[in-house]
Design a protein around this ligand. Sequence first.
Ligand SMILES: C[S@@+](CC[C@H](N)C(=O)[O-])C[C@H]1O[C@@H](n2cnc3c(N)ncnc32)[C@H](O)[C@@H]1O
Ligand SMILES: Nc1nc2[nH]cc(C(=O)O)c2c(=O)[nH]1
Ligand code: SF4
Ligand SMILES: [Mg+2]
Length: 215
Amino acid sequence: MQDTLRITEVFYSLQGETRTAGLPTVFVRLTGCPLRCQYCDSAYAFSGGTVRTLDDILEQVASYRPRYVCVTGGEPLAQPNAIPLLKQLCDAGYEVSLETSGALDISAVDPRVSRVVDLKTPGSKEAHRNRYENIELLTPNDQVKFVICSREDYDWAVSKLIQYGLEQRAGEVLLSPSHHDLSARDLANWVVADNLPVRLQLQLHKYLWNDEPGR
Ligand SMILES: C[S@@+](CC[C@H](N)C(=O)[O-])C[C@H]1O[C@@H](n2cnc3c(N)ncnc32)[C@H](O)[C@@H]1O
Ligand SMILES: Nc1nc2[nH]cc(C(=O)O)c2c(=O)[nH]1
Ligand code: SF4
Ligand SMILES: [Mg+2]
């Protein structure tokens, strides 16, 4: 029996988020998530999907001849075979990133992978799922993200930034407005007013293609 994963979609687009925003990237979206963030834009990946072998997934990724590959979901780390998938993508020579909720242990992820760890804010309604042990594992190859729904979420994110010295641990600290909840302009103005050591990130793909799946 070959290793398999349940997959919602594999597609080639422009990375809309994180430090590689704007770069052509293949996305591998794994099916299923144990969280239910109130803002989730990928709820179509909670169920369904197709069971595929790792070899089959790697073959489709290779067909696009990409430089960057992003493994996302759903929650990728909810499937144990996400770990060998990430390793094999690195072995194939891609620059690999992983989008994760931060609710599951990130320690087994190949160190070549840039782990994008979302610290869930109170506005997500899933902040009780944060696994704070993950913070100690972060390296400059990793990124921490806060999706901000309100001024209260922003103040909470600033307190976590200071409490854990996040900008010393991770290569990037990203603040993203929750799409439909908060204007990017308000968040931008708060970041400048407070002179924060963070990067504002917008979801570029939503400006380009709205909220279509597969983009
Ligand atoms: C769909 S999740 C999949 C990976 C993983 N489950 C996680 O939450 O990181 C990918 C990223 O999109 C973010 N996201 C989801 N819905 C969003 C929204 N409405 N506005 C801004 N970011 C959103 C998540 O917070 C997460 O950082
Ligand atoms: N273009 C594009 N960039 C993305 N970056 C992270 C995404 C995600 O859903 O995790 C995503 C996505 O869905 N589309
Ligand atoms: S953890 Fe990620 S995929 Fe799961 S509900 Fe939250 S944003 Fe959506
Ligand atoms: Mg998305």
